[in-house]
Write a protein that binds this ligand. Sequence first.
Ligand code: PGA
Length: 246
Amino acid sequence: MLAANWKMNKTVSEAREFVNTFALAVKDITDAEIIIAPPFTSLMAVGEALRGTNIRLSAQNVFYEEKGAYTGEISPAMLKDAGCEYVIIGHSERRQYFLETDDIVNRKIKASLKHGLNIIFCIGETLEEREKGRTFDILKTQVTNGLKDTDSENLVVAYEPVWAIGTGRTATPAQAQEAHKFIREELRKLFGANADSIRILYGGSVTPENINSLMACPDVDGGLVGGASLKSDSFEKLVRFNRRIK
Ligand code: PGA
């Protein structure tokens, strides 16, 4: 799975233009699931442009309540209605700038699953946590609390070390594999053998240059890509990573 997280980028017309070019460029690809997560304002336009293609629509965030007086928020049912199949939950930028806790993340996941959305659940340690040797503790807490009382179906996990996001400092394949393996073991504690079919994506400065070595890791099942997904030719290179290596 290769997922484009556009974050707060692209107007509606820019988004439409991207998708019209990109969808044609990747229409032959059948062995990777391709996802685009535009900002809320472009969901409808991108969803329409993606109809009948091999690309799926994701939102970048959601609120856990069904409806009501929550100014500025969007519910899972609204995302479904707008054509989303996926939603990204718990991105480190949400945790960092919008104070999302593991409990909020957990509520968002449960509400979204109830409405039939697939989840891209993001976790990852900060540089300070890594340097203090707390990476595994943090990942364990995020997995255990974030996925409390959920199930493994419709779940994708994204390991995104915060120090690698938007910094150009990618985790080495060894660092990614070590973290992914650990996450897989934690998922097994929650979901038993079903954990083996959960895709674990790596995110954080993924580029066409480093994708092959990351995807060669046995527990790396895809990528969640920010900066390098904003240009059609670059995202196309990513979804065409060299499958022979694995
Ligand atoms: P980046 O972002 O590829 O720009 O590092 C990844 C992400 O935050 O999902």
